[in-house]
Design a protein. Structure first.
Length: 205
């Protein structure tokens, strides 16, 4: 992880004191490979007569697992933080406060988040990013809607399985794939279940 430049190696003790955070804390987020870095890697693969990589997400995941830190460094990965823990619990009352605290600690936080007080504002935000997501420098699964109050997140999690941290993901990418074959199976109550096997394809950002 030290080879990913967007992960700070030190956090200022004075800033931690201002945020009322202990020296031991946990930051969670996502390691991604920017599209430009992915394209450069594939160009290098072609020059060497090697196979092109299918998508940046698989490359990012594989790059973190390799034992050679120079390989990880060469992949030009990036890290976006979105979750903060201290003493095994969330130290802030609001998720937005946690994002602001992470940014003050010099962790990279996506600037494209917004607190919406009304459902109409949420809908407008989704519509906005449906048109802008293709211009992002990295791939995304979709837009995540998250309850801002941590207590409400925890209450929602206590009532449902699986636990999702009070969030809902809206996926915007879709694609059409040919169904190459259908399998049928019979259940215990003589019900027949059909399952399609689509041809492999790519659904990008």
């Amino acid at each position: 992880m030290r080879t990913i430049r967007s992960i700070p190696l030190r956090v200022d003790a004075a800033e931690l004191k201002k945020l009322r955070l202990p020296r031991d804390f946990e930051v969670r987020g996502e390691i991604i490979m920017p599209l430009r870095a992915f394209e450069a890697l594939n160009e290098k693969q072609e020059e060497q007569g090697a196979k092109r990589y299918a998508n940046p997400r698989n490359v990012a995941a594989g790059s973190v697992r390799v034992l050679d830190p120079e390989i990880t460094k060469s992949r030009r990965l990036d890290f976006y933080a979105y979750y903060l823990l201290a003493g095994g619990r969330e130290p802030m009352r609001l998720h937005s406060e946690a994002l602001e605290a992470l940014a003050k600690m010099h962790f990279k936080v996506s600037p494209d988040w917004r607190v919406c007080s009304l459902l109409d504002a949420v809908k407008k935000f989704i519509q906005l990013w449906e048109g802008k997501r293709a211009k992002l420098p990295y791939e995304i699964d979709g837009i995540v809607i998250k309850l801002n109050e941590i207590a409400l997140q925890q209450e929602l999690d206590s009532r449902q399985r699986p636990r999702v941290g009070g969030r809902l993901q809206i996926s915007g990418a879709a694609g059409n794939h040919r169904c190459e074959r259908r399998d049928f199976s019979s259940g215990a109550h003589r019900h027949t279940h059909a399952r399609g096997r689509p041809r492999a394809g790519e659904v990008g950002a």
